[in-house]
Write a protein that binds this ligand. Structure first.
Ligand code: ATP
Ligand code: MG
Length: 207
């Protein structure tokens, strides 16, 4: 029971996101996973993001065949920076107090957790579910816990080996490949690849 939330810029959404969401769904027995594209996240304000309507549309295409996955527009519709704490407050108000919320994070996103707005409130509103991301050592997990002063009971570690496979796919890598005219087949779903082609996204490399 419960609802998972996978936040991100989704520029673009890729197989790494889908596998992480599916691992969390299965491990936690989630009813649904919401894919929540960010509006203009403050941590990434330094780089030009693809307009929200494209990022949202690609998420819609990627999850269309899975009734347990859903695109959510809470953040994308808001002007200016959005904070997870505000999104979680809105979801909590919408769903009522009884529904467990699980914020799904890649290991790299957990490393930034101490820089978030109101991390203590975030931990009151939801539990964190952390998925491993290739390239990060298992030994770093303990350090992340300490640095973020995370109460163990509020965090589920979907440890490598216990859940699904991990893939070393990233939005950055995909944008670079498209700009270089290389293949992104099997890194994104076919409808997403088609959308990127049709709208000529990522033609020039972003930093
Ligand atoms: P970028 O390279 O632009 O940062 P990204 O691939 O990291 O793109 P995000 O939208 O930043 O994608 O990530 C959203 C969430 O999904 C984060 O919590 C991130 O850790 C997680 N995530 C992204 N890719 C993977 C992956 N390959 N495996 C596991 N988790 C992932
Ligand atoms: Mg990222």
């Amino acid at each position: 029971m419960g609802i998972g939330i996978l936040g991100g810029t989704f520029d673009p959404v890729h197989l790494g996101h889908l596998l992480a969401a599916e691992s969390a769904r299965e491990a936690l027995g989630l009813e649904r996973v919401l894919f929540m594209p960010a509006g203009q996240p403050w941590l990434k304000a330094y780089r030009g993001l693809t307009p929200g309507r494209h990022r949202l549309r690609m998420v819609e295409l990627a999850v269309a065949d899975n009734p347990a996955f859903q695109a959510a527009r809470h953040e994308i519709d808001r002007p200016g920076p959005t904070y997870s704490v505000d999104t979680l407050e809105a979801l909590r108000a919408e769903l009522g107090p009884g529904v467990p919320l699980h914020l799904i994070l890649g290991q790299d996103a957990l490393a930034e957790f101490h820089r978030w707005r109101s991390p203590e409130r975030v931990l009151e509103l939801c539990r964190l579910a952390v998925v491993p991301r290739p390239g990060q050592e298992a030994s770093e997990w303990l350090e992340l816990f300490t640095r973020n002063s995370l109460p163990a009971g509020q965090v589920t570690l979907l440890a490598p080996g216990l859940t699904g496979p991990q893939v070393d796919i990233s939005g950055t890598g995909i944008r670079r490949r498209v700009a270089e005219g290389r293949s992104i087949r099997y890194q994104v779903t076919n409808p997403v690849a088609e959308y990127i082609r049709e709208h000529r996204l990522y033609q020039s490399a972003t930093p």
